[in-house]
Design a binder for this molecule. Structure first.
Ligand SMILES: [Zn+2]
Ligand SMILES: [Zn+2]
Length: 186
């Protein structure tokens, strides 16, 4: 399976590259490319009264990109803005499940957002966990009850920090079966 990591709007250059390096170690039979040219962040996604962006609107743009770029089986959008989804004050990410497009925001993964002074390693780990989580959804995986599994739902950054960047055994097997299908289809 081939994944493209797509920066949207202003995103630090190194982040998509670091995600692209980490994903193949976690998601079975996967290669990953950091896309250089960022997609522009549409003002249509901004919701004035909430002073936040709509993750669903941005996710639709990621899906449109994925449909135009069939060289990728999955596209993970990366933004650095605060966003929400229907029914939530904020989200770390959103994805079609199953589907081709996933999206994460760096905004609430930064230690500085919580007044923490943790080093950049903590941030990098959080980014990879949320990236794997949303891509797991695109493979059809739901939320997992195991707190250590990357597919456990993160209600807050504490949940993100508690879980690992890896799938539990069950979810890994499920993900492998879905990814295998791509290899055979190509
Ligand atoms: Zn989820
Ligand atoms: Zn699991």
């Amino acid at each position: 399976m081939k994944i493209g990591v797509l920066p949207i709007g202003q995103v630090p250059k190194n982040v998509p590259r670091e995600i692209a390096q980490a994903l193949p170690k976690i998601i079975p039979d996967t290669s990953c490319l950091a896309i250089e040219n960022p997609l522009s962040l549409s003002l249509n996604a901004y919701v004035e009264r909430r002073r936040q962006y709509s993750s669903s609107v941005i996710l639709r743009a990621v899906r449109a990109f994925a449909e135009e770029h069939s060289e990728f089986d999955r596209v993970l959008g990366v933004v650095d803005v605060d966003f929400f989804a229907s029914g939530f004050n904020f989200v770390f990410g959103e994805a079609y499940s199953p589907g081709e497009a996933a999206l994460i925001s760096l905004w609430r993964l930064k230690p500085g957002f919580y007044g923490e002074t943790a080093g950049s390693g903590v941030f990098a780990e959080r980014v990879v966990k949320e990236a794997v989580h949303e891509l797991g959804h695109t493979l059809g995986l739901g939320h997992c009850s195991k707190e250590s599994c990357v597919m456990h739902f993160s209600n807050s950054i504490f949940d993100t920090d508690r879980k690992e960047s890896l799938f539990c055994r069950h979810d890994y097997l499920q993900a492998s079966l879905t990814v295998k299908h791509f290899r055979e289809a190509r």
